[in-house]
Design a binder for this molecule. Structure first.
Ligand code: UDP
Ligand code: MG
Length: 309
């Protein structure tokens, strides 16, 4: 029986410093793998020497492939492109900064075979070396999404995961424009187990995530996988409607019984502002969903390839 093929998808955005380190680390592991290996690097519109490095690597090694985007489309798009390109019986996603330790690969393949799993994921056992404020909001996000969404997302789960061809095909069926991979992987189901490992610091280069890009990412996650904000908006609307109805009855009753002491316009203004704010908030929430629908109906491609090999 011929050996199975493992496709490794590696999104790269301005990673000239990390690529050589990553490739070296992977080549060391390669000999210990029970499968053949192909690399699919995705150059996500890098502004540095990333593409040149990938060209050079792929001309030296026949198992190195790359796709280069026409601009930066984001990691989600890079993952999608990689999954489409991958030919392997097994597929894995890895960051190029060595925060996803290549040493785990043999263990992941073994676990998958032993337990007949469809997917082996990895999760960070701790958040060592991460700014505390970032950890705090990350935890908050996972707790929130666990309560408001039916799709379960594991806290600390990384995108580093090993999947069977069958699972990859299932993910490719989900061709939506607004991609939130953490949710998609969990949505398709299949038998998944997680391996924990200690958090690693980035080996070289810099993270491209700012606090606000992470905040936007988590709002996308919530909007893509939950209708809870819409429900909350309607419930809050309903409750305040009932309350103001009661208050109105009270005011009318008081005016009829005790006459009309004309006071309280400050409280009136406060109430008006409060409800105006509430309405704007609800409109904003609805707007968020409409925005998603707008982007989705345009049916634009998730990414555009400029060059590939
Ligand atoms: N990445 C990408 N496109 C982007 C941002 C990041 O392909 O727009 C890649 C990046 O090159 C790396 C991986 O996604 O391989 C994870 O990025 P990073 O290490 O910056 O994120 P963090 O580990 O801090 O979450
Ligand atoms: Mg990283």
């Amino acid at each position: 029986m011929s050996r199975r093929l493992l496709s490794v998808i590696v999104p790269c955005f301005n990673e000239e410093e990390s690529i050589p380190l990553y490739y070296e680390a992977m080549e060391k592991i390669r000999q210990h793998l029970p499968v053949d290996l192909e690399y699919i690097f995705v150059n996500d519109g890098s502004k540095d020497q990333t593409l040149d490095l990938l060209r050079a690597l792929s001309s030296e090694a026949p198992n190195v492939h790359y796709i280069s985007f026409s601009r930066n489309f984001g990691k989600e798009a890079a993952i999608y492109a990689g999954l489409k390109e991958a030919r392997g019986d097994l597929v894995t996603l890895m960051d190029v900064d060595l925060q996803d330790p290549p040493e785990l690969l043999p263990e992941m393949i073994k676990l998958m075979e032993e337990k007949q799993l469809d997917c082996v994921g990895t999760r960070r056992a701790d958040r060592e070396g991460e700014p505390p404020i970032r950890s705090f909001f990350a935890r908050l996000f996972y707790r929130l999404i666990a309560t408001i969404s039916e799709t379960k997302m594991v806290d600390g789960a990384r995108d580093f995961r090993l999947m069977t061809r069958q699972m990859v095909e299932a993910i490719l069926e989900l061709s939506e424009y607004n991609r939130f991979s953490k949710g998609l992987f969990s949505w398709v189901g299949f038998e998944t187990e997680y391996i924990s490992f200690e958090n690693r610091e980035r080996q070289a280069g810099e993270t491209s995530w700012s606090f606000f890009s992470l905040l936007k990412y988590s709002i996308d996650g919530i909007v893509n996988f939950s209708e809870a904000p819409l429900n909350i908006a309607s419930i809050v609307g309903l409750v305040s409607c009932c309350l103001s109805g009661l208050a109105l009855l009270f005011v009318v009753f008081r005016a009829l019984v005790y006459g009309d002491p004309t006071a309280g316009w400050p409280s009136l203004v406060a109430i008006v502002i409060f409800f105006a704010g509430l309405q704007l908030l609800c409109l904003g929430i609805i707007g968020k969903y409409i925005g998603k629908i707008f982007l989705e109906t345009k049916r634009r491609p998730v990414y555009i390839v400029k060059e590939k090999k």
